[in-house]
Design a protein around this ligand. Structure first.
Ligand SMILES: Cc1cc2nc3c(=O)[nH]c(=O)nc-3n(C[C@H](O)[C@H](O)[C@H](O)COP(=O)(O)OP(=O)(O)OC[C@H]3O[C@@H](n4cnc5c(N)ncnc54)[C@H](O)[C@@H]3O)c2cc1C
Length: 492
């Protein structure tokens, strides 16, 4: 059945990004207009905020997690009220499922208010399997159920793509699990190797601990670096970065060395002792002592200059990334992406405390140098540098896929790539025209009426892993959509 939704926007995905966008657009729509939101499973347990595990905490403070940039305390207020009504108390880092509930509540409220104001909102539970050009510059949004929506504007906010298999030779082997969010009950004494040392891997270690797993757990990656810890939210002045950005804006381009020097100068000015820059970039695996030392620092409320600058400079990253010259973006990904993720996506002290206690119990270890995993018939050989460890179970917790193969796991994206209407970004995801978030086709031309937000545009915007950055993207797109006519959103 084809449904002509006239000039309605069809939004695919109602996670944090889609919800932030709907909350921007719906209140401004005139009575009689229409909006369609399609999601295959908005409460999905495979998503970070769908996890029912109480030890999976939000990594950004509640006070910094509002989906509404105009009301920064919205989430903190909401979770305090909801938890009190449920007879629970929450810390400043509540269990992540609370945030999932908040997203759904904010979405439902936005739909209710829009409906009361005379807007028709279709909330559809279905999987989108195809987005194809239709007649007269319109789009056909095809769902798995057979429903087709005919519209002039589509927004994709479909979140993270499935993880890639880093060692395809073990795919399908008994004991290899590709989805850390849907782990079956494992034999309690099994030797487990978790591939990855970032947020998803940390969650996996916490899941095993919460289930009473008694066997050894190894977190392994190339760098072996766990996320740093989130300390206070204070900021320090960033005069060097501001001056550097002023010069870059005037010149219309930015060099990585200039931004790097400015960042280092601001961090050094904010730090009691100058940081060891080799350690920041190439520091080895996180040891128990590193983690325990940092935990003690954070518990004592000690300010770390690097974090004050990261806190203060984070809004600069989007404009800096847009001004950075292309070769320098590739160099950044090669040399600085791991340090950015280690320092820029930190974990709460409570999570670190659980990790330290599992390390003290001799159960959890973190190793670097991961370069191969082989199936040995009755288990797995995990190759780390020139040593090998053996595991009964291997769990892939390397995080979202972003390369062209990962894009093709979504039939809708595969179709758009084949049609040349999407182009894989060399640094991950797909290419977009950032001011309007319109897809760029194979020739680099904006595709009218096809917009993309969130993790799928990581290469184009760099930061897609926190709700503030995603809400900001939603505000930028909503502004572009509201200020332009029906034919397109690019300035003429
Ligand atoms: C382990 C981990 C912990 C994290 N912790 C935090 C944190 O504490 N704070 C923070 O700010 N960020 C955190 N993040 C980042 C977080 O994932 C993102 O901020 C956020 O979930 C992304 O929201 P989204 O709406 O873009 O995507 P998603 O939440 O993935 O939502 C996308 C939606 O699209 C739907 N969808 C996908 N494909 C289709 C299709 N074909 N048809 C129909 N529907 C479809 C999905 O069902 C889903 O509901 C964390 C990430 C990880 C991996």
């Amino acid at each position: 059945m084809t449904i002509d939704v006239g000039s309605a926007v069809v939004q695919i995905g109602r996670g944090p990004t889609g919800t932030a966008l709907a909350r921007q657009l719906l209140p401004a729509m005139p009575p009689g207009s229409r909006y369609v939101v399609i999601d295959r499973d908005p409460a999905a347990h495979q998503l970070p905020f769908g996890s029912p595990e109480p030890t999976h905490l939000i990594n950004t403070r509640a006070a910094k997690s509002s989906l509404n940039l105009g009301d920064p305390d919205e989430y903190a207020r909401w979770v305090t009220e909801q938890a009190a009504a449920a007879g629970e108390s929450v810390t400043e880092f509540p269990a992540r499922y609370w945030f999932g509930r908040y997203v759904r509540d904010m979405f439902d409220q936005a739909v209710k208010e829009a409906t009361a104001a005379g807007v028709t909102v279709d909330v559809v539970t279905d999987e989108v399997v195809g987005v194809r050009p239709g007649r007269d510059r319109r789009w056909r949004v095809e769902c798995a159920s057979g429903q087709v929506f005919d519209t002039h504007r589509v927004v994709l906010g479909i979140g993270m793509l499935p993880q890639a298999d880093p060692y395809p030779g073990i795919a399908g082997a008994a004991g290899y699990f590709t989805d850390p969010w849907q782990l079956p009950q494992l034999p309690a004494e099994a030797r487990v190797a978790v591939l990855g040392t970032r947020l998803t891997a940390v969650d996996t270690a916490l899941t095993l601990a919460a289930r009473g797993h008694t066997g050894p757990v190894l977190l392994a990656s190339r760098s072996g670096r766990l996320p740093r810890l989130r300390g206070p939210e204070t900021t320090a002045p960033t005069p060097h970065i501001e001056a550097c950005m002023g010069r870059a804006a005037a010149a219309g381009s930015l060099r990585l060395t200039d931004f790097g020097r400015a960042l280092m100068a601001d961090i050094e000015a904010a730090s009691a002792q100058p940081p060891d820059w080799t350690e920041v970039r190439d520091g080895g695996p996180t040891t128990r002592d590193h983690l325990a030392h940092e935990l003690a620092e954070v518990e004592a409320g000690i300010e770390r200059g690097w974090q004050q600058i990261v806190n203060g400079a984070s809004p600069t990253l989007l404009p800096a990334w847009q001004l950075l010259v292309e070769p320098d973006r590739a160099e950044f990904f090669e040399k600085w992406l791991t340090p950015l993720l280690v320092h820029g996506a930190p974990i709460p002290a409570e999570t670190a405390r659980r990790l330290v206690s599992a390390m003290d119990a001799g159960q959890l270890r973190v190793r670097d140098g991961l370069h191969n995993v082989r199936h040995t018939g009755d288990g797995f050989a995990v190759h780390l540098g020139d040593t090998t460890e053996f595991a009964d179970v291997v769990i892939n917790a390397t995080g979202a896929g972003t390369d062209a193969a990962a894009l093709r796991t979504q039939p809708m994206l595969a179709g758009l790539l084949d049609a040349g209407l999407l182009d894989a970004h060399p640094l991950g995801g797909v290419r977009v025209h950032v001011p309007t978030f319109e897809a760029l086709d194979r020739t680099g031309t904006p595709v009218p009426g096809l917009h993309i937000l969130g993790d799928l545009i990581r290469g184009a915007v760099l930061v897609t892993n926190d709700v503030i950055a995603l809400s900001f993207q939603a505000v930028l797109l909503a502004t572009a959509l509201r200020t332009n006519d029906d034919e397109g959103v690019r300035p003429s």
